[in-house]
Design a binder for this molecule. Structure first.
Ligand SMILES: Nc1nc2c(ncn2[C@@H]2O[C@H](COP(=O)(O)OP(=O)(O)OP(=O)(O)O)[C@@H](O)[C@H]2O)c(=O)[nH]1
Ligand SMILES: [Zn+2]
Length: 202
């Protein structure tokens, strides 16, 4: 069993964060934006901001329980539509969506919930969607190294693109990662897409 630790490169580590300094800075930022930080609803907002970011940015380690593949299952194992919310590295606004993650097992099977935990783990930190997609695939490779191939599809709405800026309401971004047989063989990839329920999409 592999323990997936906090990524050493995770940009935010609250253990190292100076919460008091962050609250003071957030207070100053709100005041500089013209916010009345003494109004009743806003008095503790700087502190809540800092604690909220601390909570959503830090990946929690987990144990990737695996089992012997005693039935010698050779078909795909796919968990579809794992919902997530992440924070974008460029604007610190959320991007919200879902991931579909699957692999062709070898001698070991991964506990199904661990596929969803890989998604949760990859969506902590200040992130961009392409990195989330690759990190889910990298994590899966780490916990089931003898897999025959894997596929990851991530779809999300970026609030930095829909709430502000381009205001592209309804636009979603799709990213994919293919490894092993799925990278080599278009028919294996097509089977994954059809099982993932995305065969009808470009
Ligand atoms: N590749 C990639 N880009 C992202 C992601 N999240 C946000 N961005 C983009 O990061 C870019 C930042 O561009 P800038 O021109 O520096 O920022 P900006 O002036 O706020 O740009 P606009 O959003 O176009 O108003 C924007 O095009 C965002 O859409 C992501 O997950 N992946
Ligand atoms: Zn953004």
């Amino acid at each position: 069993m592999t323990v997936i630790e906090t990524r050493p490169s995770a940009p935010v580590q609250m253990a190292r964060a100076d919460v008091a300094a962050a609250v003071a800075a957030a207070e100053r930022m709100l005041a500089a934006l013209g916010v009345d930080t003494q109004a009743e609803h806003l008095r503790r907002t700087a502190e809540r901001m800092v604690l909220s970011y601390g909570e959503v940015l830090r990946p929690a380690p987990f144990e990737a329980t695996d089992f012997v593949n005693d039935a010698k299952h050779q078909g795909f194992v796919i968990v579809r539509d794992v919902a997530f919310a992440a924070i974008c590295a460029h604007h610190l606004l959320p991007f919200v969506g879902s991931a579909t993650v699957g692999y062709l097992p070898g001698a070991r099977l991964l506990g199904l919930s661990k596929l969803t935990r890989l998604v949760e783990h990859a969506t902590r930190g200040l992130q961009v969607q392409e990195n989330v997609t690759q990190q889910i695939a990298d994590g899966l490779q780490q916990v089931v190294p003898d897999n025959g191939g894997m596929g990851v599809i991530v779809e999300a709405e970026h609030l930095c693109m829909t709430l502000r800026g381009a205001k592209a309401r309804g636009a979603s971004t799709v990213t994919s990662a293919w490894r092993g047989a799925l990278a080599r063989d278009v028919s294996v990839r097509s089977e994954f897409l059809s099982l993932a329920g995305r065969g009808w999409r470009p």
